[in-house]
Each structure stands twice: as C-alpha cells, then as structure tokens.
Design a binder for this molecule. Structure first.
Ligand SMILES: [Fe+2]
Ligand SMILES: [Fe+2]
Length: 356
C-alpha cells in the first residue's frame, strides 16, 4: 500500500504542506474525527448508571476494574507527555520524510492523548471514589500508581520514556525505530488494545455505559495512532532495505523492543486477571491470545519482521514463573509506602529529606 494511495482525495494544494501524503490525511482525519468532547460525553451519558453499577459490585470485581484503569490512567499521562515533547521533536528528524505533515499530525495525537487522560482521570474520580486511587502525583516525575509500579507496566513506561528521549536527542534512525516500536506498537498497539478488549469483556458481567462509550472513542483514536506508527516504521525499514548505511539495525531494533517489553506487558495482563481471581471473567488465556494476534498482525504481517514466536512465548512463561513466586500484596504495599513518602515531599515542597 503506497502512502499516496491512502491519501485523502483533497483537491487543494499547498506550498509547504504536501496535501497528497498519508500524514496530511491522518492529520485531517484527526481534525474531523478526533473531536469528540469529553465533557459533552459526560453530559450526554452521565455518571449515574456507572455509579449505580459500581456500588453494586463486589470489592474484588472493583479491584479488577481499578487495576486495569490505573494502568490506563498512568499510561495515557505518559504517552501524552511524550507526544508533546519527545515525539514532536522526533518528527522533525532529518532522516524522516514529510516532516511538516508529521509534525502537524503529532498535534492531533497529542490532543487526543490528553483527552484520554481527561476522560479516565475524571471518570475514576467521579465513579470510583470509594478508595484513594493514588492519582495525584505525576507519573512522569517518577511516581507511578502503586499497582503500575509494582508490575511490569512500570517497566514498559520506563522504557518508553528512555527510548523516546534518546531518539529525540540523537535523531538517529535506529533510535527512532526503537522509540516508535515501544510507543506505537507495544503501548498503543498491544497494551491499549488488549486493555480495550478486557474492558469489553468485563462489561458482560458489569456493564458500565459511560466507560464503554468513552473507550469506543479512545479505541478509534488509537487506531489512527497505530496507523501512523506502523507507516513511520515502514518508512525506516524501506530505507534499511535499500542498503542505506545509517539505517542498518532498524529491524533488529524494533524486534529488540518487543522482546524487551513483552514479558512485562504479559505480566500486567496477569495482574488484572488471575492475580485478583478474575471475578469478571476476562480470562488470561484470551488476553494472551489477543496480544499474540496483535503482535503477529503488526510485527509480522504489516512490517515483515519474522518475529520468533517461540522466543516471545518463552519470555512470557519465564516471567510468569518469576511473578508467581512473589507475595503480590507485599510488593504493592511497598509501592504504596513509596507513594506515601513522595506525597510527603510534594506536600512540604521537598523540605523534609526523603528515604527512597
Ligand atoms: Fe491514548
Ligand atoms: Fe495513542
């Protein structure tokens, strides 16, 4: 599929802006379709039914939803922050084509990620306010929600921050490929999509209408972000295959990021299913199967990377052997203590020393 073939059939032309390329088309789609209004959705659907359902749910069912949404709450904040800073700088890199349109597109991506944060943050506070949800500190300043920090999700976000910051600094094609793989394939393409699948599955047992409405919009937005990421990576892979020296290592870099992140992503799946007894019937095997299909679709079918499936499965099962030895409650409690110490630092402006 050529980028031109996908482009919008707009008749207008610009001088600096190339209206015939894919990123212009994605930008325009973002302008037209990415305009759902979080506050209007709250007004139209309202919180009442979700609050009633929440009140009727058992504590273990609530934990399952809370764990999953906590992952989204920190995750959306992290991707929004990276989009506004590192990713925007990466789009101007000399090794990429269509810098102007890619930078335009990044404003749409940034806007929608902030809306996702807006939706989930307000939703959790309005509907799930029966327990402190540890959301007042900024994950990008190093203190994530305890369940996120205690599980592999913290590792994935850590890697995303490191890779995107490095690529923004070096503007090197291999670094950019690694950053885009973590951000667009692993976080948006696997984590966010599997998370959306889990929310759907939970709604069979506990239907939360506002949450489901919001996630339909979020999933549509993520679809455009993933299209951007896959095409950005195709561009770099094509240049590597043409034999250009500075692009050598692009494909291996993308694969390395999958192998790095996959055990931690699978670990988070376990944490909101079997570790809490899976009262809402999400089923870890279905979660893993869904993740596997997404990996196959993006890494193999779209990008032709010949990911070694056996190696992926082995990494996941090694990680499971490791985490099943944990005392999960103890691990989460340690992170909650850490969070509370950081709260103290924020409250007193850092005047008191803190033991980290
Ligand atoms: Fe998002
Ligand atoms: Fe996204």
């Amino acid at each position: 599929m050529s980028q031109q073939a996908e482009a919008a059939s707009v008749g207008h032309r610009g001088q600096r802006v190339d209206t015939s390329n894919l990123w212009y088309n994605l930008f325009q789609k973002g302008v037209e379709l990415g305009t759902w209004n979080v506050e209007s959705l709250f007004d139209e659907v309202g919180f009442e039914e979700d609050r009633e359902m929440w009140a009727s749910m058992d504590p273990d069912e609530r934990d399952q939803v809370r764990y999953l949404l906590s992952g989204f709450l920190d995750g959306e904040r992290e991707v929004a922050g990276d989009a506004a800073t590192n990713l925007s700088r990466i789009m101007g890199a000399p090794c990429l084509d269509h810098n102007e349109e890619k930078e335009m597109y990044m404003t749409m991506l940034t806007l929608t990620e902030h809306k996702h944060t807006q939706f989930i943050d307000i939703y959790m506070d309005e509907v799930m306010d029966d327990r402190d949800n540890f959301a007042e500190l900024d994950p990008r300043r190093g203190t994530r929600i305890p369940i996120v920090e205690a599980t592999g999700l913290g590792e994935v976000f850590e890697n995303q921050g490191l890779q995107t910051a490095k690529a923004a600094q070096t503007q090197d094609p291999v670094d950019i490929a690694k950053a885009a793989a973590v951000y667009h394939l692993n976080v948006e393409g696997i984590l966010a999509r599997v998370g959306g699948f889990a929310i759907n599955r939970m709604s069979d047992q506990a239907y939360l209408p506002l949450l489901n409405h919001g996630f339909k919009f979020i999933s549509t937005d993520e679809g455009r972000h993933i299209t951007h990421g896959v095409n950005l990576l195709k561009e770099l892979i094509e240049k590597e295959e043409q034999g250009k020296a500075e692009y050598q290592g692009v494909k291996q870099g993308i694969r390395d990021m999958l192998y790095h992140d996959v055990p931690y992503m699978a670990d988070f799946g376990y944490m909101f299913t079997d570790a809490v007894g899976d009262p809402l019937g999400v089923d870890i095997d279905d979660v893993l199967m869904r993740g596997g299909h997404l990996i196959d679709g993006m890494y193999n079918e779209s990008l032709g990377l010949d990911v070694d499936y056996l190696s992926v499965i082995n990494r996941v099962s090694d990680r499971y052997d490791e985490i099943k030895q944990w005392d999960l409650e103890e691990v989460v409690r340690e992170q909650e203590d850490h969070y509370n110490r950081r709260r103290g630092v924020v409250a007193d402006g850092g005047a008191e020393g803190v033991d980290e």
